[in-house]
Design a protein around this ligand. Structure first.
Ligand code: HEM
Length: 406
């Protein structure tokens, strides 16, 4: 059972099925980790305090610095609560939505008239990252720099630390981000505006403000946490719809189904396939025992195809019954955003981005087709996505009513 082998990279789903059926808890020596693959066991682990996020001390801190992703208990909620309210609810609808819409429109405008594009490179790899840069209140002139930082971090994560040049570049990026952001943070602290950096500068936790390095670290985390998953999901969702043209048509004609297609894409082709945890006590799970201080790998990608949770799990079906109102909250009936205390803080932001991306795409095109002989397959060990997604389309005539289908 090799969860790091080349066949896993090509198609992990047959292996996941074998694991769920016969080895739902097993010890994987190359990672010195216990591995869980069933939905109920993974949900249990994500919600159980014995499974800590100490893993992020080596998975995230060396690159980004210390952030709330690696904190537990009240420390975690205090820091998380600084950011969370500003990227959901009214703030999201009133302040961030205009940034999302304008950013998406600007990117589509750069290629839509040509009738073809690599959607992955020209849209998906840019849109969520530029939204983050916009909501942080960074200068638009900083965008190319911001995109380059993102690329360097994502390459590093995909490479799993194997190529020295990629590792060196990521740590140079870390220095560059620090040098670039610290003066901006200081300026915003003295002269706060209406953006997320200013909010972090002025908000107090028990009378104490986040210091400059804490803010820098959180921004650094956001570049990957807020960029990579949405980037990859955008292309995966479009790929899934291209593979099922009748479902694509349903979504084009009834835009409320964009959310269904998003939730189903996160189930059928999730971006995050593994999360890690470290136990702080001995835990009984899946008929076995995980000792204290053990690494545990949670195969989210497997949970999302668990036949005891989802009927016909290997079929992409946007009409699957799903409680949409819960799908972007910690009581979601899926695990693509995690679960429990560390449930994705950006889930509502991601939902807004996906809705805008697909609404604008459908408004600006009258037909979309794959522009390659074969549908791109996913690859990746921790996160999975497609490398490229060449498409062609007929640009729509200028449409004054965005919901009239041309
Ligand atoms: C399709 C899009 C997304 C997916 C699939 C996704 C997935 C996830 C998952 C699985 C986790 C749980 C990590 C864990 O428990 O160890 C998580 C946490 C997190 N996500 Fe997302 N994410 C997405 C979009 C975003 C966006 C847009 C942001 C930007 C704000 C974001 C920021 C974060 C942060 C900061 C955490 C850590 C939360 C905490 O520790 O309390 N994510 N995400």
């Amino acid at each position: 059972m090799n969860i790091l082998g080349p066949e896993f990279n090509v198609d992990p789903y047959p292996l996941y099925k074998r694991l769920r059926e016969s080895f739902p808890l097993f010890y994987f020596e190359p990672l010195d980790a216990h591995v869980l693959s069933r939905y109920t066991d993974i949900e249990f682990a994500l919600r159980n305090e014995a499974f800590t996020v100490k893993n992020y001390e080596f998975q995230s801190e060396p690159l980004h610095g210390r952030t709330f992703i690696q904190m537990d208990g009240t420390e975690h909620s205090r820091y998380r609560n600084i950011v969370a309210p500003s990227i959901r609810g009214r703030q999201l609808a009133e302040k961030i939505m205009p940034i999302i819409e304008a950013t998406s429109a600007r990117i589509y405008d750069s290629f839509i008239s040509s009738g073809k594009a690599d959607f992955a490179a020209e849209y998906a790899a840019r849109f969520p990252v530029l939204v983050i840069s916009g909501l942080l209140g960074l200068d638009p002139g900083d965008e190319p720099r911001f995109l380059a930082w993102y690329r360097s971090f994502v390459d590093f994560i995909a490479d799993l630390g194997q190529t020295p040049a990629i590792t060196a570049k990521a740590f140079e990026t870390k220095e560059a981000i620090t040098d670039h952001l610290l003066p901006i943070i200081r300026r915003k602290r003295e002269n706060p505006g209406d953006d997320l950096i200013s909010l972090m500068c002025t908000h107090e936790i028990d009378g104490v403000q986040m210091d400059d390095m804490e803010i820098k670290s959180f921004i650094s985390l956001l570049i990957t946490a807020g960029g990579e998953s949405t980037d990859k999901m955008l292309s995966l969702m479009l790929r899934n719809l291209l593979m099922c043209p009748e479902q694509m048509l349903q979504v084009r004609e009834n835009r409320k189904l964009i959310d269904n297609a998003f939730v189903e894409s996160m189930r059928y082709s999730p971006v995050t396939h593994r999360l890690m945890r470290i136990t702080n006590a001995e835990v009984e799970v899946s008929g076995g025992v995980i000792p204290a201080n053990s690494k545990v790998v949670l195969l989210l990608g497997s949970a999302q195809r668990d036949e005891t949770k989802f009927a016909n799990p290997d079929v992409f079906d946007i009409n699957r019954p799903v409680a949409l109102e819960k799908s972007f909250t910690s009581s979601a009936g899926h695990l693509a955003f995690g679960s429990g205390r560390h449930f994705c803080v950006g889930a509502m932001l991601a939902k807004a981005e996906i809705e805008v991306a697909f609404n604008q795409l459908f408004d600006r095109t009258s037909a979309i087709a794959l522009n390659a002989p074969e549908f791109p397959r996913e690859s990746g060990m921790f996160t999975r996505g497609v490398g490229a997604l060449p498409i062609r389309f007929t640009p729509a005539a200028k449409n004054t009513n965005p919901h009239i289908i041309l």
